[in-house]
Each structure stands twice: as structure tokens, then as C-alpha cells.
Design a protein around this ligand. Structure first.
Ligand code: FES
Length: 144
């Protein structure tokens, strides 16, 4: 598509594990793309299905959740609930003709700073390959 495309990505990270992993990645001076904007949440189980879809509707090209490792959620099963919502969001996107790969769920413990950085790199590259979600409005806006 275009080499210049820089995706906008929203990441909901639980405060107990993945947000700490993002902190650790920063402390370790690991590079990950500035495309990823992180929102800290108490638990991925608190992220409603609508938050995922609304992020895409409001201009994100991709959105992911990053929670505690399965069976390590501080609220017992929040990450399992989040995983189900991500799967539902994928189904809904597919029904709408939108690539379901634009939504994903990852699991990173607080000690997994390098893995978190890799998650950001890999997901950014995935979305870069998919291209912009709404190419026309952005190009029109840039030319206006
Ligand atoms: Fe981390 Fe639930 S507290 S996913």
C-alpha cells in the first residue's frame, strides 16, 4: 500500500502486569514504535467490547488489549472475559468486512518488558501491512 503509512494504535494495558511491562521496557530503554498509545486500565476485564469498536470508529487503525498471563489475573478471570470480548469484536469486524486482525489480545507479565516491546513492534507491523482503516477520509482531510 503506502510506505509512509504510520498506523495509529490504541493499547489497553492492565495496571498489574502489562502496564508494568511497558514501564519495564522503557526502563530497559527498549525501542517500540510511538504509534502505540497506551491506556492504563485496572484490568483488561474492565474493557468493554464497545471500547474496542469505538477506538476503530474514532480513528485508530488497530487496537489491542494486553493483560496478565492467563490464570494470573488479579481479578481472577478478567483476562478470560477480555479474550472473549476480543473474539466477539473480531467476529463483528469480519461481518462488517473489516479485517479482524485489527483487534488482538496479548498477555504480558510485569517481568516481560522485552516481550511487550516485541508485541508493540509486531502489532504495528501487522497493521502497517493491512494499511489504513479509513484511507479516503484521511487523504481528503490532508488535501483539504
Ligand atoms: Fe491484569 Fe486482570 S488484572 S488482566
Amino acid at each position: 500500500m503506502s510506505e509512509e503509512f504510520e498506523p495509529r494504535i490504541l493499547a489497553y494495558c492492565c495496571q498489574w502486569c502489562s502496564y508494568a511491562a511497558a514501564d519495564l521496557a522503557g526502563s530497559m530503554r527498549l525501542q517500540y514504535p510511538p504509534n502505540v498509545r497506551i491506556i492504563q486500565v485496572p484490568c483488561t476485564g474492565r474493557v468493554d467490547l464497545l471500547y474496542l469498536l469505538r477506538a476503530l470508529e474514532d480513528g485508530a487503525d488497530g487496537v489491542f488489549l494486553s493483560g496478565c498471563l492467563l490464570d494470573d489475573c488479579h481479578y481472577v478471570n478478567g483476562n478470560y472475559k477480555a479474550l472473549k470480548r476480543v473474539e466477539k469484536a473480531k467476529e463483528m469486524l469480519e461481518a462488517l468486512g473489516i479485517e479482524p486482525e485489527r483487534v488482538e489480545m496479548f498477555f504480558n507479565s510485569s517481568a516481560m518488558g522485552p516481550q511487550f516491546a516485541q508485541t508493540c513492534n509486531d502489532f504495528t507491523e501487522r497493521i502497517r501491512q493491512l494499511g489504513p482503516l479509513y484511507p479516503q477520509p484521511r487523504q481528503a482531510a490532508a488535501g483539504a
